[in-house]
Design a protein. Structure first.
Length: 424
């Protein structure tokens, strides 16, 4: 097996010069030809990103036809060593051999993975910083002091903002991202009463939606043209159809938490259903036994969650440290089985041997599918950086994001980092 490569080294590999006319021809390919080329290059990320660098219209078709069929990659890291983290595909067809990623070595907490980036919390003696790092290149896209010294439990990227959620108050702060401002300022906001802990924030067909630890659905309306101190609207969307979060037998709320997933035209919610805790589990703090993995779909007309016994051609990918949930469809060419929920191992100390570091579950009833699984390794409180495994997508899968081919040593300041957002 060849040694791991870096995407920056791939980018630096000499290529035969192309004439201006050749590049112009690629950029003006007919729509039908572009979709056919993308389909033929699928699922190789190197080939797709190389094509993206010479054909600007690629994104119109890529996001609708190819991106939904590509599963995320595993980012694997080892603590207390000098080894580079590695990106690993579920199939060699995605990236071939593992790819080395020069991730930050500073001590920090991982708040989340979001839109192809890692959001880290660096605590210092005199100043604490929120850091946004490209998950594929290791480039630090943003490093900004925290708005105050409070504790934070979650952060997320939207198409226009970085959101940072407080742990002990019904508050969050927002910051324009990406930004050309060398001294960006945070804007404080209030959350609806009771919506204190956020589990997931995602973009769904132009809307920014979030879910709390009690499975309450929120909508964020982030106006980029509003004055800095104006209040961003956060609306609680009433829904029905979910189990009572206060019932004895309910879903895991704090260690794993509800997860929103955008799966094509459907908004899904994934819950880890648990048995009532035993007296021993209550006294010792051991997590209750997992009963099943449930997936719900939201009926937008009635705002009712409906439990699914089958998610069809879709597969879901979730992990505990990154607070992420992703979906792909029709991905058999990428080594993915349809109608499965892939949960990554979170523990640094669980040895899977030769088996892959995840468990795949079919959603719906079936206690026997969950009882023998290593839930102590799949669900963990450990948020220290780096985690054992997290799912990540390249940032080029999202609007206004950088190419896979950006070298990590080219990110010298905020302005330079932001320029890369317009490469593709």
């Amino acid at each position: 097996m060849r040694p791991p490569e870096r995407f920056g080294e791939i980018a630096a590999t000499p290529q035969p010069p192309l004439s201006t006319s050749e590049l112009r021809d690629w950029g003006n390919l007919p729509d039908l030809v572009i979709t056919d080329v993308l389909d033929r290059l699928f699922p190789c990320l190197r080939s797709l990103s190389a094509f993206a660098g010479t054909c600007r219209p690629w994104r119109r078709f890529f996001l609708a036809t190819v991106a939904p069929r590509i599963p995320p990659l595993m980012l694997r890291a080892t603590r207390y060593t000098d080894e580079s983290a590695r990106l690993i595909g579920l199939s060699p067809a995605l990236i071939g051999d593992p790819v080395a990623v020069p991730l930050p070595a500073f001590s920090s907490k991982l708040l989340s993975t979001s839109r192809g980036h890692l959001i880290l919390l660096k605590r210092g003696i005199t100043e604490s910083v929120a850091s946004v790092v490209d998950a594929f290149t290791g480039a630090e896209r943003l490093a900004v002091p925290l708005p105050d010294g409070f504790a934070y439990h979650y952060a997320s990227l939207t198409p226009t903002h970085l959101l940072l959620f407080h742990t002990r108050d019904h508050r969050f702060d927002s910051l324009r991202f990406p930004t050309l401002n060398p001294d960006p300022q945070w804007t404080p906001h209030r959350l609806p009463r009771g919506a204190s802990f956020l589990s997931t924030v995602i973009e769904f067909h132009g809307r920014v939606l979030g879910v709390t630890h009690r499975a309450e659905l929120l909508e964020f309306r982030l106006d980029v043209n509003a004055p800095r101190h104006s209040s961003h609207a956060v609306q609680l969307l009433p829904t029905t159809g979910l189990p009572d979060p206060d019932a004895a037998a309910t879903f895991d709320r704090l260690r794993y938490g509800p997860r929103l997933v955008a799966a094509g035209e459907r908004l899904l919610l994934l819950l880890i259903m648990t048995d009532p805790p035993t007296p021993l589990e209550t006294r010792t703090g051991i997590g209750p036994r997992v009963q099943k993995v449930s997936v719900y779909a939201l009926d937008m007309a009635t705002m009712t969650w409906e439990e699914l016994d089958n998610i069809g051609e879709y597969s879901l990918f979730v992990d505990c440290p990154g607070r992420s949930a992703m979906a792909c469809a029709d991905a058999a060419r990428c080594g993915v089985v349809a109608n499965r929920v892939y949960l990554l191992v979170s523990s640094m100390y669980y040895d899977f041997g030769r088996r892959p570091p995840f468990h795949a579950f079919a959603p719906g009833p079936g206690r026997d599918k969950c009882y023998d699984s290593p839930w102590s390794a799949l669900i963990s409180h450990d948020r220290d950086w780096p985690p054992a495994h997290i799912w990540v997508y390249p940032s080029l899968f999202y609007q206004s994001c950088a190419s896979l081919f950006i070298k990590s040593d080219d990110t010298l300041n905020v302005a330079t980092r932001t320029d890369y957002c317009n490469i593709l």
